[in-house]
Design a protein around this ligand. Sequence first.
Ligand code: FAD
Length: 493
Amino acid sequence: MMKKVIVIGAGISGLSAGIYALKNGFSCEIYEKNINAGGECIAWKRKGYTIDGSISWLTGVKPGTAINDVWLETGAFRNEDITFADVFSVIEHEGRRLYWYRDTDKLSAHLKELSPEDSEAIDELIAIINDLSSFEVPARKPMDIMDPAERRDHIKHMMQLFKALNKVSSLTTEEYTERFSSELIRKAILSFSFKDNLVQGVLVTLGALAGCHAGWPAGGSQRITDNMKACFLSLGGVLNCGKAVAEITVNDGRVEGIVLEDGTAVSGDYIVPTCDLDITLHKLLKSRYSDPVLDSFYTGEGFRTSSIAQVAFGVECDLSAYPSKMIYAIDEREIAGETIESVLFTNYCSEKNFAPEGCSVVKTGLTVYDYSKWYGLSREEYLRKKEEIKEAYLEYLYRFFPETKGKVVMCDVTTPLTYERYCGAYHGAYMGFMLTPATSKMYHSGIIKGLSGLYAAGQWFSVMGGLPDALVSGKSAIQRICANEGIPFSGVQ
Ligand SMILES: Cc1cc2nc3c(=O)[nH]c(=O)nc-3n(C[C@H](O)[C@H](O)[C@H](O)COP(=O)(O)OP(=O)(O)OC[C@H]3O[C@@H](n4cnc5c(N)ncnc54)[C@H](O)[C@@H]3O)c2cc1C
């Protein structure tokens, strides 16, 4: 009889785990607390406008790379549906504009024109981006089940990253920017990250964009989720939405199944929790299992998360003449307890179905570094905070896009508490942990000592972050299960 894999959570990692479980001869049931699949990778509609909840850029879209093959195997998109912007974003400061060209020769010439005195630092930046433009996100096999030859190849592959980042790997983004005298360039680099995050993350992203490893998938976040859900169902998977898991049951050190919040017990041979790791450890496993590495994620110095208060506007005018991502440097200002120095507006005019004809949907928002300011608010305080954010960004919308005055017909605000409530995301985090010196060497297999049959996955196991890591971690969980069963894995490896 087929062995059964129970997956908890139908985000991208859960759908990936489900698809690979079925492709490898297991039966699979996914239990998702929300009424829809997708987790953080979704979109929603308000007054005829589509608000994309996740993707700015999707990494792993370059044909011929292992990560691209994983996306294709899970049916997430077709390569012909990916577009690459020639200019990734535009930063405006005191009337001057910096264009982040994907073409690094163009970028180099442009940066030198803006700031000839930074030539040396620009050459160094461009050399790093060029080196990283051929770096592929590792996606074949998790390290803990590699054989020695595979491990050697993996280390060789990762050396490309270490070599490219060699001189700057320990620097925070702010420290790195100190080598540029141009305030515009400094602000442009900082616009990709927090000041005290390692600059590695920014540079890897710029490399991925330059190398066409990252792009925009037609239809955005919801299309990716819908396609993967369809793939899972077409393989015979069972998706139970609106079914929150309350507990993982364990007998004599081995998982037996789950108990849903409505009291239903479901048995299974393997459990792959892809929900927030904090929920898995502390709610579903009742804090009964202690793993020093996982525990350090919650208690260790340097393990930080960030979140966002997203504001989307539906406007009855066409903003397609603007670059899709405009970043405006502003005087330092505090909004809802966070200090900001720039505002980013993303318009989705390239997606014709995201807004009624002649109208546009534009997204902006406040990056939230300090979750504690959202904790324990009364309903009134929460609504006041949301209103403060909305008003502040409305003011910027009118300032930078004057044609929108009187034309705003929809406004939608999500907050860290939205992500916490909707996805169960720890501290409302919108990726896993941030890239800091403490997290840069983080590695965990998702196997908890003293507990067999459980293979946790999801965005929390990596700091480079986001959708590709969620995707690969779902596959990795099934690769580990196959290794445990002694059966060959079918899929990218
Ligand atoms: C605003 C924003 C912008 C982003 N931008 C990008 C980007 O540009 N590029 C990129 O790559 N990534 C981006 N991301 C990150 C990306 O969306 C996430 O990393 C990814 O979707 C996480 O997938 P996951 O499956 O690991 O987790 P989740 O999506 O959180 O899925 C976990 C699922 O578990 C479910 N669950 C929780 N508790 C239970 C329970 N008790 N029982 C049953 N189910 C449960 C949740 O409801 C959820 O559906 C962004 C995210 C946000 C929010």
